[in-house]
Design a protein around this ligand. Structure first.
Ligand code: PMP
Length: 359
């Protein structure tokens, strides 16, 4: 069995990346090494942005590691988890050769990154079960191994399906793929789930990676801070392939503020509110005429099937409510994804849908 580092593209294994001025650990008082301005920006009275930022701000890395229950060396911080997805595909997949496996319907960026890299995309559809959607883990493993995939993406809780994948199943799949492929579990919505994070499995599986983000529960989508938690050797290799300064200083400051104990307590309160609203909406939507099915959800959204989804979409839009149309997604020709809003916004959704005849 190979080490996780063997999953990196052969041509990048000795790659040292760009040696930025910031990455040279020099001491001094007069900084004339990075062609920065000697004067503050006219638009930045606090002078917080004149210098290039730390590539991986240490204080933020510490705070994120505390939050996710790992060590800073296991974390790659980037411009949202989107950047980590792209970086994984570019660093692990040789174009035209190494495949990426996904289970649609699922978040679209895995396929987009694969396409941009010229990596073959293999789709193993989710199974629409009695309870909820679920991945076909046996088929995933078989196909990943027989088609020489380098990356398998699972989304838990799934977007847009809302299902969480049991940790035992994740561990079993990682074991089967050991030495052959990296299993990446995208936990963008992990805070809303009752299931523990797969980050707890990292110690036992060097071919496992977990994506987390501050964009959802932490309400910082505009700051673009996301992480990959993975084996430190893999993280170090990915850092060498990452853009020189991926974490803008104002974004790092916002993220740090959101990770203070007081802010985290407020966030936990919001998450509890979202979860309770999610269950209220699930029951209420199921009673709306014309609603065929509301899937259980571990995320901050609900996937809803309608007798006439285009009419439901139009009806919501006419009431000023914009939801995500899923009708182009495989298996979801009659579905909309509705994010959980404030209680008042959710009531508005119910009123809008109950107005006309959707049935
Ligand atoms: N993963 C999933 C499942 C998502 O739904 C999203 C955003 N919609 C992302 C990752 C990307 O999140 P970000 O780049 O904001 O961290």
């Amino acid at each position: 069995m190979g080490a996780v580092i063997d999953l990196i593209r052969e041509d990048l294994r000795g790659f040292t990346g760009y040696g930025s001025a910031r990455s040279e650990k020099l001491q001094g008082e007069v900084w004339l090494n990075a062609n920065e301005s000697a004067w503050p920006s006219a638009g930045d009275p606090g002078d917080g942005c004149r210098r290039y930022p730390e590539p991986q701000p240490p204080e933020l890395a510490e705070a994120l590691a505390r939050l996710y229950g790992c060590v800073p060396g296991q974390l790659l911080i980037g411009r949202g988890s989107d950047e980590a997805i792209d970086l994984l595909v570019r660093t692990l997949c040789v174009p035209g050769r190494d495949a990426v496996v996904v289970s649609p319907p699922v978040f679209g960026m895995y396929a987009v990154s694969a396409r941009l890299q010229g990596a073959p995309l293999i789709e193993v559809p989710l199974i629409d079960g009695v309870e909820s959607f679920a991945p076909d883990l046996h088929a995933l493993a078989e196909i990943a191994l027989s088609r020489c995939a380098r990356l398998v993406f699972l989304c838990s809780p799934g977007n847009p399906t809302g299902n969480a994948i049991a940790l035992d199943d994740i561990a079993a799949l990682a074991r089967r793929l050991q030495g052959r492929a990296l299993l990446v579990v995208d936990e963008a919505y992990g805070e809303f789930s009752s299931q523990h994070s797969a980050i707890g499995l990292l110690g036992e599986h060097d071919n496992l990676g977990v994506l987390r983000t501050l964009s959802k529960a932490h309400a910082l989508a505009g700051a673009r801070i996301g992480v990959l938690a993975a084996d430190p050797a893999l993280v170090a290799a990915l850092r060498r392939c990452q853009a020189p300064y991926p974490v803008p200083a104002p974004c790092a400051a916002l993220a740090l503020a959101a990770l203070s104990p007081e802010a985290l307590a407020r966030t936990a309160g919001r998450v509890a509110e979202v979860r309770s609203e999610r269950e209220r909406m699930r029951t209420a939507l199921a009673d709306v005429p014309g609603v065929l099915r509301v899937y259980p959800s571990e995320g901050n959204f609900l996937l809803v099937r309608f007798a006439d989804a285009s009419r439901a979409f139009a009806q919501l839009l006419a009431a000023g409510i914009v939801v995500r149309d899923q009708r182009a997604a495989p298996q979801l020709g009659d579905a909309l994804r509705i994010t959980i809003g404030t209680p008042a916004q959710n009531d508005r959704v119910l009123r809008a849908l109950s107005k006309g005849t959707l049935a």
